[in-house]
Write a protein that binds this ligand. Structure first.
Ligand code: AMP
Length: 270
């Protein structure tokens, strides 16, 4: 049998979303590795690097990965990954224009940190397949470009978004929500469902589709809409003219108190 290895990169504080990727990898590979690494290079100053939930969940994460069938866990320290920090001659992997797109525009420097750590993980672990979640839709587009452009001999596999029963996409950061915020959080997915409904009724004007999602968030006084993005799945570019032959990634970001919730759905081409 052909030997194949799969890698599921995570930042820990694991939930069913992560474990579904492990199970997908288990199905297709001889050896399954997971990484647990809270990557400092993708956090901006003032973000939650110090308090990220994974700092308290290591034992539980390890047990969950073992139970899901992982053979190997790679959990380096920040010093081991970046021995020279961000000093002179340390590289960043940057994709041109990514900070102008959707979540990239909302978090400048974020995708540079992601592309850098993913490049390092692919070089260190050399997996045949890399498993990412659709939950972070633009991240999948960015990593797909990275793999193509830098000729990594790795195949990207994207697993579906795993949701709570009320539609909220699972996320390690959902633990930051208090009870009141948690009760209204499903509106984020409801907004995307509204956009999807309007699309399935034939609406192809990106502005009208964005408005459909925004109108659902506007009814929630605790929420502030950060963006609704309709992007080409091939290159992440925002779609400004009538949708047609391309698949579109409809993404949303919403502020709920100090917590930012992101989610997305795919719209099939005509
Ligand atoms: P993170 O630990 O947040 O960096 O996520 C690690 C991987 O798990 C990424 O590829 C995410 O897209 C994926 N992931 C996170 N949440 C979910 C979810 N609810 N469903 C599917 N995949 C997810």
């Amino acid at each position: 049998m052909l030997f194949r290895s799969g890698l599921v990169p995570t930042m820990g504080a694991l939930h069913e979303g992560h474990l579904s990727l492990v199970r997908l990898a288990r199905r297709d590979n001889t050896l399954v590795a997971a990484s647990v690494f809270v990557n400092p290079k993708q956090f901006a100053p003032g973000e939650d690097l110090e308090t990220y939930p994974a700092h308290a969940t290591w034992e539980r994460d390890l047990a969950a990965l073992e139970a899901a069938g992982v053979d190997f866990v790679f959990a380096p320290s920040a010093e081991a990954m970046y021995p020279r920090g961000s000093g002179v001659m340390t590289p960043f992997v940057d994709l041109v224009g990514v900070d102008a797109l959707g979540e990239g525009a909302s978090r400048p420097g974020f995708f540079r940190g992601v592309a850098t750590v993913v490049s390092k993980l692919l070089n260190i672990l050399q997996p045949s397949c890399l498993y990412l979640g659709q939950k972070d839709g633009l991240q999948c587009v960015v990593v797909s470009s990275l793999i193509d452009e830098l000729n990594f001999p790795t195949r990207l596999v994207v697993g579906p978004t795993v949701r709570e029963a009320d539609g909220l996409a699972m996320s390690s950061r959902n633990v930051y929500l208090d009870a009141t915020q948690r009760a209204v959080a499903p509106a984020v997915y409801a907004a995307l469902c509204k956009l999807q409904d309007v699309h399935s009724l034939g609406e192809r004007d990106p502005e009208a589709l964005r408005r459909a999602a925004a109108s659902v968030i506007a009814r929630e006084p605790l929420m502030t809409l950060e963006y609704v993005s309709l992007a080409d799945t091939a290159d992440g570019q925002e779609l400004d003219s009538r949708l047609g032959g391309e698949d579109a990634l409809a993404s949303i970001a919403v502020r709920l108190g100090d917590v930012k919730l992101i989610d997305n759905v795919l719209l099939a081409s005509d």
